[in-house]
Design a protein around this ligand. Sequence first.
Ligand SMILES: Cc1cc2nc3c(=O)[nH]c(=O)nc-3n(C[C@H](O)[C@H](O)[C@H](O)COP(=O)(O)OP(=O)(O)OC[C@H]3O[C@@H](n4cnc5c(N)ncnc54)[C@H](O)[C@@H]3O)c2cc1C
Length: 423
Amino acid sequence: MRQNAASCHVAIVGAGPYGLAAAAHLRAQNVETRIFGEPMEFWKRHMPRGMFLRSGAHASSLADPHNRLGLDRYRSLHGIPPAKPVPIEHFVGYGEWFQQQAVPDLDRRAVAHLAANSHGFRVRLADGEEFHAGRVVVATGISPFAHRPPQFADLPASLVSHSFDHADLRGFAGQRVAVLGAGQSALESAALLHEAGTDVEVIARAPATYMIPDVAYSGLSRSVRHLLSPLARPPFDIMGPRFVSWLIAWPRLFRHIPRPLQNFLTARAVRPAGASWLAPRLTPIPITAGRTILGAKPVGSRLRLQLTDGSKRIVDHLLLGTGYRVDISRYSFLAPALGQAVRTREGYPELAVGFESSVPGLHFVGTPAAGTFGPVCRFVVGTSYVARELTRHISTRSRNGHTSSHRTAKPESRATLNASYGD
Ligand SMILES: Cc1cc2nc3c(=O)[nH]c(=O)nc-3n(C[C@H](O)[C@H](O)[C@H](O)COP(=O)(O)OP(=O)(O)OC[C@H]3O[C@@H](n4cnc5c(N)ncnc54)[C@H](O)[C@@H]3O)c2cc1C
């Protein structure tokens, strides 16, 4: 194990939209920050080639503190004509450009292990190098949370896979594939499979597939849109019906509303749905709604599916578009004692102002923050609020001389911290 005497004030784990936006904001406030991970990896390796973003261009910019690194600027600098919807390759290129501009010294190594120590945290990288960080921002996204229903657990990857497992669906050309689910990922995967020459059927528990209407600004003249722009900020095209979008657009408010209302709004905002532009591409694809798959059995090299209505299907492959379920105990780099010390509710960390968890100095951003601050934290558009508030919190505490809350802890409680969060 290599020891590195270097320490840093803030370590950010993960270089997706949230990690990059947080690093850009912290650096702008002269907060010493190191950021780790392969930039935009989730978008490059776990989303299919040919995909389009569900969020419009107006809701797909990573937040930067000087408003100079937006998607539109990237496209105009690189001669890329505006496209609606936004193709994934534009967004990945944009994210990498953002990284080069905002945090060119990003360290691509993964964080392998994170534990608390008397100065804050001990961070071990994949190659064994270790250093200390006063604070840690976990921005590692949803990769470990891909939901695979238990009835498919024992089946080989050649017969059943999750949409997370694919960066290219063209390998299924000529096969018969069932797609389970009715969200954007399931429906867009089905469209891409069909267009690649796959015989595809969608099977969805919901009684019907729901498409989110493209109503964000329709029917409004340019000048009215301009006038309304501060109000029209909620990205209606990704966050459910209009009234829901309005209510969840303010994460600070969301945190204080009663739990039942939070649950209701979240369920409406993230219910399975496809973008309106997907509808014509789905027309040739059979969609079996209101049913699900009870079980699956290999038959030779194929798979027999048993549906809840008693019908059966023989397919070459089952693709699970069954989404992601947050459970931070699945972040394998968290030392077990540290992971257990983070107070959680239904898998999400309980967070306070500044996205700080119950472990002082340990912050969570992105989808895990949605349990406290609402569904806006699941989308790129949320980087603006999150990066700003995180930076405000950390830089205020730094000015007040708190490297991390561990430093301010009484000696005896520091010992307790080490005992309880170390590995
Ligand atoms: C199919 C699909 C389509 C989507 N479409 C949209 C859309 O159109 N618009 C939208 O706003 N949102 C969309 N989302 C949601 C999207 O995932 C989030 O908006 C966004 O990726 C969240 O950014 P993030 O930085 O939190 O996570 P991620 O983008 O997942 O980034 C996390 C990063 O952390 C890195 N990492 C993980 N573990 C470690 C480690 N131990 N050490 C170092 N690095 C690590 C990963 O490599 C990854 O790059 C979509 C999601 C899915 C699944």
